[in-house]
Design a protein around this ligand. Structure first.
Ligand SMILES: O=P(O)(O)OC[C@H]1O[C@H](OP(=O)(O)OP(=O)(O)O)[C@H](O)[C@@H]1O
Ligand SMILES: Nc1ncnc2[nH]cnc12
Length: 171
């Protein structure tokens, strides 16, 4: 099965000049989605995680079913102000301005082995920030996985952890 057949390409979304890679057709195709979850589970299992963490919001679509499939717990990394406190924040730079992500304090025990999940790796800024946030609460961040990697943006070079992707675009 070619998973790329199930990714939509939407020009000029959400802004002019951006080609949006849409996972909606993949999620809507049971066999392709099952194959994706199985592929990611194989990659993630080699890190022997205690828990999986997903990044709001599309990362939840990957992390929650994968955690269930692997018999692991699932933890939410959310945008500021969405989680009931107390929370641990991490602020990071964007092209213009900054953004803040949060995790609930106590969601992870110090030393727990965590793998991060997101739908897509572009510049790597989001996954790099989530890695630092998890380290701030004492997690042992073993790796990350995503459905789509935009390899031409070289996001993996910004990461301090290994990352696996189910689909990669070189251009
Ligand atoms: O590698 P980066 O350049 O950081 O980009 C990747 C991030 O961008 C998208 O999230 P978005 O902020 O659009 O949020 P969403 O998941 O709520 O749609 C995507 O789901 C990743 O989290
Ligand atoms: N080109 C893109 N398509 C879908 N999600 C994205 N997140 C960041 N860049 C993206």
């Amino acid at each position: 099965m070619n998973l790329k057949d199930h990714i939509g390409h939407v020009p000029d979304f959400p802004k002019p000049g951006i080609l949006f890679y849409d996972i909606s057709p993949l999620l809507a195709h049971p066999a392709a989605w099952k194959a994706t979850v199985e592929l990611l589970a194989g990659a993630v299992s080699r890190h022997k995680p205690d828990v999986l963490a997903g990044i709001e919001s599309r990362g939840f679509l990957v992390a929650a079913p994968l955690a269930l499939y692997m018999g692991l717990g699932f933890i939410m990394v959310r945008k500021r102000g969405k989680l009931p406190g107390p929370t641990q924040p991490y602020t990071y730079d964007l092209e213009y301005g900054s953004d803040t992500i949060e995790i609930q304090k106590g969601a992870i025990q110090p030393g727990q082995r965590v793998v991060l999940l997101d739908d897509l790796l572009a510049t790597g800024g989001t996954l790099a920030a989530a890695t630092e946030l998890l380290r701030d609460v004492g997690a042992d961040v073993r790796g990350a996985a995503c459905i789509i990697e935009l390899a031409f943006l070289k996001g993996r070079d910004r990461l301090s952890i290994p990352i696996d992707s189910a689909i990669s675009y070189d251009s």
